[in-house]
Design a protein. Sequence first.
Length: 105
Amino acid sequence: MYDSINSGVLKTASYSASGPGGWDISSGANWLSFLRGSYGNMPVDPTNTGVGDPGQGYELTYFYYCYNAGTGAYASLGQPYVGLGYYSEQSHAEKIMIFTVNNCL
């Protein structure tokens, strides 16, 4: 919904703003802050244990990022995309959903 109304979704700066996608992790105070206000509030999961790069310490962390076309692990999609998922501290594996978007703002 945000993508269609605003012709794109925001990159975030909560983690590694210098990277191509701008990660946002759910244990941070700014978790999906661009969705607050008109779109309500994004709750922080109290079981989060991640504080840094998702998956590096195998902690439980939900994550969000937006990559421009031609960048990131799914560059072959040929258009900007959002990755939304989590790392499991039990299986040490990533579960991710990929959504194409109009633009990364």
